[in-house]
Design a protein around this ligand. Structure first.
Ligand code: SD4
Length: 329
């Protein structure tokens, strides 16, 4: 058996182990809170995948203290960005096929301001560079070398982001060099985090090392406003995870928010956005997961394949939930 294949199997087993542990810890299924209605402001934090629990905690500290959603989302996603064990975000992210860790991130606030960096190397916290793009420049997106130069000019430190663990995984991949994204495993763990603060304002952040072993220079959906993330303070917010190309082709997060504007619930909007992909693309080969919230504090989630999960911090609890899926378990 090839070492790449062994790696995939090991990854799958590890992930199943995580899922088993999660269900023992009381991971909830379905979308129990998504149909509730409430006229009062419901502060909340919601984010993709299991690393969302710690990210939500950091974001919630700010929300709970009366802080702004935009600060909460930035601080929240910095937690997985700094975690060397996390193979898909920031420091420790799996590299492209040439061994370079290249990062994508974006952030958006309640006033429609946004900032983004893509194809950024050597900076541990791309989300904070994206925030600086938003706050300190007249632009929305900076990329590659220009984004790096900007980050350095803002006092960010140049670092080696390729950890031994990620390097080892890449070296195993190189034995076969087959580009085949594995659903829910290895390639899919972007963090997208959405928040409502006590003033009722929304914000979102999305950050990733992108698809593992991608072509050098590839940019996914995560740093593209409207694709990986969108926030409209009158309506709601959405974020995406999974195969970025499919989200880019449908401008998924913008679509979800626009569907909510037309009266869909967050759940209905996420389902429709997934259906747009399912109808036209080879959906069996990849995963897409959407998360959405509206102004009322209702949320929704939907994915193509089972096992996309998310963390929701609301009403004093921070818990994992499994999203409903187009393909059933
Ligand atoms: C990308 N959407 O670069 C990202 C990858 C991802 O969970 O979300 N992984 O295509």
């Amino acid at each position: 058996m090839s070492s790449r294949r062994k790696f995939i199997i090991r990854s799958t087993q590890a992930s199943l182990g995580i899922l088993a542990t999660k269900s023992l810890q009381g991971c909830n299924t379905g979308i129990p809170l998504s149909t509730e209605t409430n006229n009062e402001i419901q502060p909340l934090v919601i984010s993709t995948w299991k690393h969302g629990i710690e990210a939500n905690d950091a974001a919630w500290k700010i929300i709970n203290a009366g802080g702004k959603a935009i600060d909460a989302v930035e601080q929240g996603v910095r937690i997985p960005e700094a975690d060397p064990e996390n193979l898909s975000v920031g420091y420790g992210g799996l590299p492209d096929r040439d061994g370079n860790v290249t990062l994508d991130a974006c952030i958006m606030d309640a006033d429609g301001n946004c900032g983004s960096v893509c194809f950024l190397q050597h900076i541990k916290h791309p989300i904070s560079v994206a925030r600086k793009v938003m706050d300190e420049t007249p632009h929305v997106i900076l990329s590659g070398e220009g984004a790096l130069q900007f980050a350095l000019s803002q006092g960010f430190k140049k670092e080696n982001l390729l950890t031994d663990k990620a390097k080892e995984a890449w070296q195993k991949w190189k034995v076969e060099s087959k580009y085949k994204p594995i659903i829910n495993v290895e390639n899919h763990d972007t963090i997208g985090l959405l928040a409502i603060d006590k003033q009722g304002d929304l914000a979102g952040a999305c950050t990733t090392s992108g698809l593992a072993y991608k072509m050098h220079g590839r940019v996914g959906d995560s740093p593209i406003i409207g694709a990986g993330l969108y926030v409209d303070n009158e309506v709601g917010a959405a974020t995406a995870t999974g195969m970025g190309e499919a989200v880019l082709k449908t401008l998924g997060s913008f679509l979800v928010v626009e569907l909510m504007r037309q009266g869909r619930t967050p759940q209905e909007a996420c389902e429709e956005a997934v259906m747009r992909i399912v109808k036209k693309q080879q959906y069996k080969d990849f995963q897409i997961g959407y998360l959405a919230i509206n102004k009322k504090g209702e949320h929704g989630s939907y994915c193509i394949h089972p096992w996309f999960n998310y963390a929701l911090h609301k009403n004093g609890e921070n818990k994992m939930y499994d999203a409903d899926s187009f393909i059933k378990k």
